[in-house]
Design a binder for this molecule. Structure first.
Ligand code: GUN
Ligand code: FE
Length: 424
């Protein structure tokens, strides 16, 4: 693997202290091996980054690559209507090729906008195609086949037998978990309680312990969804997940907008992780998640764009900006300050995935997943006398992305997505 020396960047390391400085960074065998000034090592590639900003790659902790092709459908609807009328029929119409191209399209957009790691949820069928696109693209991803073995409204082609859902998930896990030196991992993905039997959820609980893999699901996004869970299971959503033993530290919940005090405490005590999806929460009129409160409780929270139809793109710059803005009017200008938001988009995401020793900040020994921004355009001139967190969160866009690396491989450069290994 090539060695790379990045020279003279404004490094925003997202470490606890001294996290902004001008310096050099050396990458060897996919890892950051040295950070300093005036580094003189030989390198296969030297990048002159003077005037540019080097950040850890963004970590998105909830997306649906299989939904990228669905963007732009008329979807001014709430969650349950939108799933029944738009998303589930479209997912039912997917085939091997359309899942593959949907994933490639989404990954291209993610890499071009600085996202280097994702937690992805696929659809019921053809998840193998999504893993192939992930493997070829070079992005770091944890993904899984959606599980849906319950619910009269789920279209017949998407409704599974419990044992088929489990068997297909385990087959995919055994093939893909750990692929590419650990760049690809598997997560069990029961879609949400509404679409899953208790038997399936309990088997997922046991299998996630056996294989030590994550469980990725949606929870408490919409009041209609919560009412369905209460009507069938006789408990609030998170209370139910705890009741069946699924509320553990490898559980990652997307949305968590409507939580009772008891549910927040379950999440905190059990070490459950949360993903904030501000664009999606606005588009589907789901509500405003109480993220400052969750962070105050020391709950780990990441950010995700959700599916492309939820907000029409997968761009972390938009999600960061919404995360910061959404709380300002009710709670004041510093309710979610720019550094807190940038931290959620990097280290926070790494914590949600249990990967904070490997990714999420620029430190010696960590994986070389990073994004180099060129902010020297008319929006942000002059360079060094403004707060860098505010510049990135409030004024940067994907057009400022210069170079993106995963595992020390350049995956985006010169406005092009680079790595395509079709031999996989
Ligand atoms: N809840 C269950 N499935 C979905 C989905 O595909 N998107 C969103 N936003 N919420 C869900
Ligand atoms: Fe989602």
């Amino acid at each position: 693997m090539a060695s790379i020396l990045i020279k003279g960047a404004q490094i925003v390391s997202m470490n606890a202290d001294e996290d902004v400085f001008v310096g050099d960074l050396y990458v060897e065998n996919g890892l950051i091996t040295e950070i300093g000034t005036e580094l003189q090592q030989d390198a296969d590639r030297i990048i002159d980054a003077k005037g540019k900003v080097l950040l850890p790659g963004f970590v998105q902790t909830h997306i649906h690559l299989c939904q990228t092709l669905f963007r732009g459908r008329a979807d001014d609807m709430e969650l349950m209507d939108w799933l029944r009328k738009r998303i589930w029929p479209l997912e039912a119409a997917h085939d091997e090729e359309s899942v593959y191209y949907s994933a490639l399209l989404g990954i291209g957009e993610l890499l071009a906008s600085g996202t280097t790691t994702v937690l992805d949820m696929e659809t019921v069928h053809h998840t193998e195609s999504a893993f192939q696109a992930i493997a070829q693209s070079g992005i770091r991803a944890i993904s899984g086949k959606v599980m849906m073995d319950h619910g009269d409204e789920v279209p017949v082609p998407l409704r599974e037998k419990t044992e088929d859902s489990i068997r297909e998930s385990v087959d995919l896990l055994e093939k893909w978990n750990g692929f590419g030196g650990g760049r690809i991992q598997y997560a069990f993905s029961p879609r949400f309680v509404v679409s899953c039997t208790e038997s399936l959820l309990k088997q997922v609980r046991d299998l996630s312990a056996k294989y030590h893999v994550r469980v990725h699901t949606h929870a408490s996004e919409n009041r209609g969804e919560i009412a369905l869970v209460e009507a069938e299971r006789g408990m609030r959503n998170i209370v139910y997940l705890d009741h069946i033993g699924l509320a553990h530290s490898r559980l990652i919940l997307a949305h968590c907008i409507w939580l009772s005090e008891e549910e927040k405490e379950i999440i905190r005590k059990r070490g459950v992780k949360v993903t904030h999806c501000p664009g999606s929460n606005l588009k589907l009129a789901s509500g405003i998640a109480e993220i400052p409160d969750l962070l105050n409780r020391q709950i780990h929270v990441g950010i995700g764009a959700d599916g492309a139809p939820c907000n029409n793109n997968l761009d972390m710059f938009q999600e960061m900006r919404l995360t910061a803005l959404i709380h300002k009017v009710p709670q004041g200008p510093t309710a979610m300050d720019a550094r807190t938001v940038l931290r959620m988009a990097t280290m926070g995401g790494a914590e949600v995935l249990g990967m904070s020793r490997e990714i999420g900040s620029l430190e010696v020994g960590k994986k070389a997943d990073m994004v180099l921004l060129d902010l020297e355009d008319y929006h942000t001139y002059p360079s060094y006398d403004v707060d860098i967190y505010s510049r990135v969160v409030y004024s940067a866009t994907r057009s400022n992305v210069d170079t993106v690396m995963v595992d020390g491989n350049i995956v985006f450069e010169n406005r092009k997505v680079m790595t395509m290994d079709r031999s996989i």
